[in-house]
Design a protein around this ligand. Structure first.
Ligand SMILES: Cc1ncc(COP(=O)(O)O)c(C=O)c1O
Length: 396
């Protein structure tokens, strides 16, 4: 008699509670014709420097193809690491190339840091609300997420210190500049105090800063690690928002106590980031074309932010509040208590407009009356039409 098949084993328990990102699921909507989607955080493709990028790929392939198509060191392309270090230094955070590891997007940096710094069951402090895919990476590593309340302008610092002590927290994950999803920026005082609390209580901070250079108004601030005279702040950054996300190029700035572990984690994940993409990016950055392309993006995104903020005035119901970000890609809106953005989404889609319900950005006790709107993808006229549709949808 043939043996009856036995069920295959279940999935790893670390996947319990990790759900697919609603943002990525919603991205499918942006491909439906006619929808104006404020849901995704997509840079504007018409602002990519396609010509400059193509030239750099062509140059790399015509002058050093055999090296560019070969395996390469896990830490990343030496020229690119030096350029990233110089860019940090120019932003006010002196950095050496040996402190940089190139990653496959900064999302990989977050996963590798979670694998390197978190043991299952460790308490990890996160902002409330927080970047969804970081919550996923930390949860996959077994972190016990503890939310730190915000006090309007930023992180509630007393709560941060108290929760860190009470839970013997190992890490605090923050997006200091033009936060995803809220758009808010931690000021110099908050940056300094967070670094001080981390040193006093003895936890590390992951300062995830992919939007740092996308500022459209206000004074620029040094990266968070510049406010710390010790190794308590690890930084992640990205070329996704300033060059092109399809290149999947990010980086981690870390000290020598972390780097060897991070490199082992990266070896096990993908050996190294694409040799060709790194070489082309290093060539592109050396041409100096990024500053003109970035200046253009800042100018255009600033106009798009203003269009969204203006449109929300009449689109959102009385009693709503929303953030007024100095940069980045997102505005966070709070509808009056009792409203539920997830319930409203199908009506919005019927009106050919989309947003992300805010609930998925909370590690616990989601606030249903919140939503995230991205302003970078469309020109101001389309944004105005999108907010008009949103107003119609919310009216009813
Ligand atoms: C706060 C934050 N961190 C990290 C990432 C990951 O970006 P990438 O992997 O493209 O560098 C994103 C992307 O939206 C983000 O918003």
């Amino acid at each position: 008699m043939p043996n009856r098949p036995t069920d295959p084993p279940a999935l790893a328990t670390r996947l319990a509670g990790v759900t697919s990102s609603i943002v990525r699921d919603l991205l499918a909507l942006t491909e439906r014709p006619g929808i104006i989607s404020f849901a995704g955080g997509l840079p504007a493709p018409e602002l990519f420097d396609v010509e400059g990028t193509a030239e750099s790929f062509a140059t790399v392939l015509s002058t050093g193809a055999r090296a560019a198509l070969q395996y390469s060191p896990t830490e990343g392309n030496a020229t690119l690491r030096a350029i990233v270090a110089d860019r940090y230094t120019a932003l006010g955070l002196p950095t050496r190339a040996e402190n940089i590891v190139i990653t496959t997007g900064s999302q990989q940096g977050l996963s590798l840091l979670a694998a390197t710094l978190v043991d299952p069951g460790d308490a990890v402090l996160v902002e409330r609300p927080s970047y969804l895919a970081a919550l996923q990476a930390l949860t996959l590593a077994g972190a016990r997420l503890i939310e730190v309340p915000s006090n309007g302008d930023g992180v509630d610092l007393d709560a941060l210190a108290e929760l860190a002590r009470r839970h013997s927290a190992r890490l605090f994950y923050t997006v200091p500049t033009f936060h995803n999803p809220t758009g808010r920026t931690l000021d110099a005082h908050q940056r300094g105090r967070i670094a001080e609390i981390a040193q006093q209580v003895g936890f590390r901070v992951i300062a995830d800063d992919p939007y740092h250079e996308l500022r459209y108004s206000g004074e620029s601030l040094a990266p968070m690690a510049a406010f710390c005279d010790s190794d308590h702040v690890v930084s992640t950054g990205s070329f996704s928002k300033i060059l092109a996300p399809g290149l999947r190029l990010g980086f981690v700035r870390c000290d020598p106590t972390i780097k060897p572990g991070l490199v082992v984690a990266k070896q096990s994940a993908d050996l190294h980031t694409s040799t060709l993409d790194q070489a082309a990016a290093a060539h592109y950055l050396a041409t100096g074309r990024l500053s003109a392309s970035l200046a253009r993006a800042r100018c255009e995104y600033g106009r798009r932010r203003d269009a969204l903020l203006a449109g929300l005035e009449s689109a959102l119901p009385p009693g709503s509040r929303w953030t007024n970000p100095d940069g980045g890609m997102f505005v966070w809106a709070e509808l009056p208590e009792g409203w539920d953005a997830a319930v409203l989404l199908p009506t919005a889609i019927a009106h050919q407009v989309a947003f992300v319900p805010g609930a998925s950005f909370f590690a616990s006790a989601p606030r249903a009356n919140t939503m995230r709107l991205s302003f970078t993808t469309y020109d101001p006229e389309t944004i105005a039409e999108g907010t008009r549709r949103l107003g119609l949808a919310l009216a009813g």
